[in-house]
Design a protein around this ligand. Structure first.
Ligand code: PNS
Length: 174
Protein backbone atom coordinates (compact mmCIF):
# COMPACT_ATOMS: atom_id res chain seq x y z
CA UNK A 1 0.00 0.00 0.00
CA UNK A 2 1.25 3.51 -0.84
CA UNK A 3 2.57 5.56 2.05
CA UNK A 4 -0.01 8.07 3.35
CA UNK A 5 0.92 11.73 2.93
CA UNK A 6 1.42 13.17 6.40
CA UNK A 7 0.60 16.75 7.36
CA UNK A 8 1.19 16.48 11.13
CA UNK A 9 -0.02 18.83 13.87
CA UNK A 10 -3.57 19.04 15.21
CA UNK A 11 -6.81 19.22 13.23
CA UNK A 12 -10.36 19.89 14.42
CA UNK A 13 -13.25 17.90 12.90
CA UNK A 14 -16.29 19.97 13.93
CA UNK A 15 -20.00 19.24 13.61
CA UNK A 16 -23.34 18.78 15.31
CA UNK A 17 -23.10 14.98 14.94
CA UNK A 18 -26.83 14.54 15.66
CA UNK A 19 -26.12 11.65 15.40
CA UNK A 20 -22.74 10.52 14.08
CA UNK A 21 -22.97 8.58 10.79
CA UNK A 22 -20.48 6.18 9.20
CA UNK A 23 -19.71 9.01 6.76
CA UNK A 24 -18.48 11.16 9.68
CA UNK A 25 -16.45 8.22 11.04
CA UNK A 26 -14.79 7.82 7.63
CA UNK A 27 -13.79 11.51 7.44
CA UNK A 28 -12.45 11.55 11.03
CA UNK A 29 -10.49 8.32 10.48
CA UNK A 30 -8.94 9.68 7.29
CA UNK A 31 -8.01 12.96 9.05
CA UNK A 32 -6.42 10.90 11.86
CA UNK A 33 -4.16 9.23 9.27
CA UNK A 34 -2.66 12.49 8.08
CA UNK A 35 -2.64 14.63 11.24
CA UNK A 36 -0.80 13.78 14.46
CA UNK A 37 -3.89 14.54 16.53
CA UNK A 38 -7.57 15.09 15.75
CA UNK A 39 -10.00 16.78 18.13
CA UNK A 40 -13.62 16.09 17.20
CA UNK A 41 -15.56 19.21 18.22
CA UNK A 42 -19.23 18.60 19.02
CA UNK A 43 -21.36 21.74 18.82
CA UNK A 44 -23.18 22.48 22.06
CA UNK A 45 -24.85 25.76 21.45
CA UNK A 46 -28.22 26.33 23.09
CA UNK A 47 -28.97 29.39 20.92
CA UNK A 48 -28.53 27.48 17.65
CA UNK A 49 -31.67 27.48 15.53
CA UNK A 50 -32.19 23.74 15.29
CA UNK A 51 -32.79 21.73 18.45
CA UNK A 52 -30.86 18.50 18.43
CA UNK A 53 -32.47 15.07 18.89
CA UNK A 54 -29.66 13.84 21.13
CA UNK A 55 -28.09 15.72 24.06
CA UNK A 56 -24.49 16.79 23.73
CA UNK A 57 -23.49 14.07 26.24
CA UNK A 58 -25.17 11.41 24.06
CA UNK A 59 -23.58 12.75 20.87
CA UNK A 60 -20.13 12.81 22.49
CA UNK A 61 -20.72 9.30 23.89
CA UNK A 62 -21.64 7.84 20.46
CA UNK A 63 -18.51 9.35 18.92
CA UNK A 64 -16.22 8.19 21.74
CA UNK A 65 -17.51 4.62 21.50
CA UNK A 66 -17.02 4.57 17.74
CA UNK A 67 -13.58 6.20 17.71
CA UNK A 68 -11.99 4.55 20.77
CA UNK A 69 -9.59 2.50 18.62
CA UNK A 70 -8.06 5.65 17.12
CA UNK A 71 -5.43 6.59 19.70
CA UNK A 72 -4.82 10.09 18.32
CA UNK A 73 -8.49 11.16 18.35
CA UNK A 74 -10.25 12.96 21.20
CA UNK A 75 -13.90 14.07 21.36
CA UNK A 76 -14.88 17.34 23.06
CA UNK A 77 -18.01 19.49 23.21
CA UNK A 78 -17.68 23.20 22.53
CA UNK A 79 -19.92 26.25 22.78
CA UNK A 80 -17.62 28.97 21.49
CA UNK A 81 -16.65 30.14 18.03
CA UNK A 82 -15.12 27.26 16.11
CA UNK A 83 -11.89 29.18 15.53
CA UNK A 84 -11.55 29.87 19.28
CA UNK A 85 -12.01 26.15 19.96
CA UNK A 86 -9.35 25.43 17.32
CA UNK A 87 -6.95 27.92 18.96
CA UNK A 88 -7.59 26.43 22.40
CA UNK A 89 -6.27 23.13 20.99
CA UNK A 90 -3.43 24.73 18.99
CA UNK A 91 -4.96 23.31 15.82
CA UNK A 92 -3.65 24.45 12.47
CA UNK A 93 -6.56 23.10 10.45
CA UNK A 94 -10.32 22.59 10.46
CA UNK A 95 -11.18 19.44 8.50
CA UNK A 96 -14.65 18.73 7.14
CA UNK A 97 -16.21 16.31 4.69
CA UNK A 98 -17.69 17.45 1.39
CA UNK A 99 -20.38 15.24 -0.11
CA UNK A 100 -21.88 17.04 -3.08
CA UNK A 101 -22.45 20.43 -4.69
CA UNK A 102 -25.22 20.99 -2.14
CA UNK A 103 -22.62 21.14 0.67
CA UNK A 104 -20.48 23.58 -1.23
CA UNK A 105 -22.45 26.80 -0.70
CA UNK A 106 -22.68 26.42 3.08
CA UNK A 107 -19.06 25.36 3.39
CA UNK A 108 -17.91 28.17 1.11
CA UNK A 109 -19.56 30.68 3.47
CA UNK A 110 -18.23 29.01 6.64
CA UNK A 111 -14.75 28.89 5.12
CA UNK A 112 -14.83 32.65 4.38
CA UNK A 113 -16.17 33.52 7.85
CA UNK A 114 -13.65 31.34 9.65
CA UNK A 115 -10.82 32.62 7.45
CA UNK A 116 -11.79 36.24 8.24
CA UNK A 117 -11.70 35.51 11.97
CA UNK A 118 -8.56 33.37 11.90
CA UNK A 119 -6.52 33.53 8.67
CA UNK A 120 -3.84 31.35 10.27
CA UNK A 121 -6.21 28.36 10.60
CA UNK A 122 -6.66 26.49 7.32
CA UNK A 123 -10.03 24.94 6.42
CA UNK A 124 -9.50 21.67 4.55
CA UNK A 125 -12.08 19.43 2.91
CA UNK A 126 -12.00 15.70 2.31
CA UNK A 127 -14.35 14.35 -0.34
CA UNK A 128 -16.73 11.77 1.07
CA UNK A 129 -16.25 8.18 0.01
CA UNK A 130 -18.75 7.30 -2.77
CA UNK A 131 -20.82 5.05 -0.50
CA UNK A 132 -21.46 8.00 1.86
CA UNK A 133 -22.12 10.86 -0.56
CA UNK A 134 -25.89 10.64 0.00
CA UNK A 135 -25.67 10.15 3.77
CA UNK A 136 -26.70 12.82 6.31
CA UNK A 137 -27.76 12.90 9.95
CA UNK A 138 -31.14 14.35 8.96
CA UNK A 139 -31.59 11.60 6.34
CA UNK A 140 -31.02 8.83 8.87
CA UNK A 141 -33.48 10.47 11.30
CA UNK A 142 -36.08 10.48 8.53
CA UNK A 143 -35.41 6.79 7.78
CA UNK A 144 -35.58 5.88 11.47
CA UNK A 145 -38.94 7.61 11.85
CA UNK A 146 -40.45 5.33 9.21
CA UNK A 147 -38.66 2.15 10.21
CA UNK A 148 -36.08 2.16 7.37
CA UNK A 149 -32.98 -0.03 7.47
CA UNK A 150 -30.06 1.85 9.06
CA UNK A 151 -27.42 -0.86 8.45
CA UNK A 152 -24.25 0.53 6.81
CA UNK A 153 -25.36 4.09 7.58
CA UNK A 154 -24.79 4.55 11.32
CA UNK A 155 -23.03 2.49 14.04
CA UNK A 156 -25.30 -0.27 15.46
CA UNK A 157 -25.69 1.40 18.89
CA UNK A 158 -26.74 4.64 17.19
CA UNK A 159 -29.26 2.75 15.03
CA UNK A 160 -30.79 1.19 18.15
CA UNK A 161 -31.09 4.58 19.92
CA UNK A 162 -32.53 6.23 16.79
CA UNK A 163 -35.17 3.55 16.47
CA UNK A 164 -36.02 3.88 20.17
CA UNK A 165 -36.27 7.67 19.93
CA UNK A 166 -38.06 8.07 16.61
CA UNK A 167 -39.80 5.00 15.27
CA UNK A 168 -43.53 5.52 15.04
CA UNK A 169 -45.73 2.65 16.16
CA UNK A 170 -46.92 0.79 13.01
CA UNK A 171 -50.64 1.44 13.69
CA UNK A 172 -50.17 5.20 14.20
CA UNK A 173 -52.10 7.23 11.61
CA UNK A 174 -51.34 10.74 10.45
O1 PNS B 1 -23.40 21.61 9.91
P1 PNS B 1 -22.98 21.49 11.34
O2 PNS B 1 -22.55 20.08 11.64
O3 PNS B 1 -24.04 21.91 12.32
O4 PNS B 1 -21.70 22.49 11.45
C1 PNS B 1 -21.26 23.03 12.67
C2 PNS B 1 -20.02 23.94 12.44
C3 PNS B 1 -19.57 24.45 13.79
C4 PNS B 1 -18.93 23.11 11.81
C5 PNS B 1 -20.39 25.12 11.49
O5 PNS B 1 -21.54 25.76 11.95
C6 PNS B 1 -19.26 26.15 11.36
O6 PNS B 1 -18.29 25.93 10.66
N1 PNS B 1 -19.47 27.30 12.06
C7 PNS B 1 -18.52 28.42 12.07
C8 PNS B 1 -19.12 29.56 12.90
C9 PNS B 1 -19.03 29.23 14.41
O7 PNS B 1 -17.96 29.24 14.99
N2 PNS B 1 -20.19 28.95 15.02
C10 PNS B 1 -20.31 28.61 16.44
C11 PNS B 1 -20.53 27.09 16.63
S1 PNS B 1 -20.71 26.69 18.37
Amino acid sequence: MAEQPSIGGTAICPGSYDPVTLGHVDIISRAAHVFDRVVVGVVNHPVRKKKTLFTVEERVGFLEAELEKLRNVQVKAFDTLLVDFAREHSAKAIVKGLRAISDFEFEFEMNQLNRKLAPDIESMYLFSAPQFTFLSSSGVKELATFGGDLDDLVPPRVAARLQEALMRPRNETI
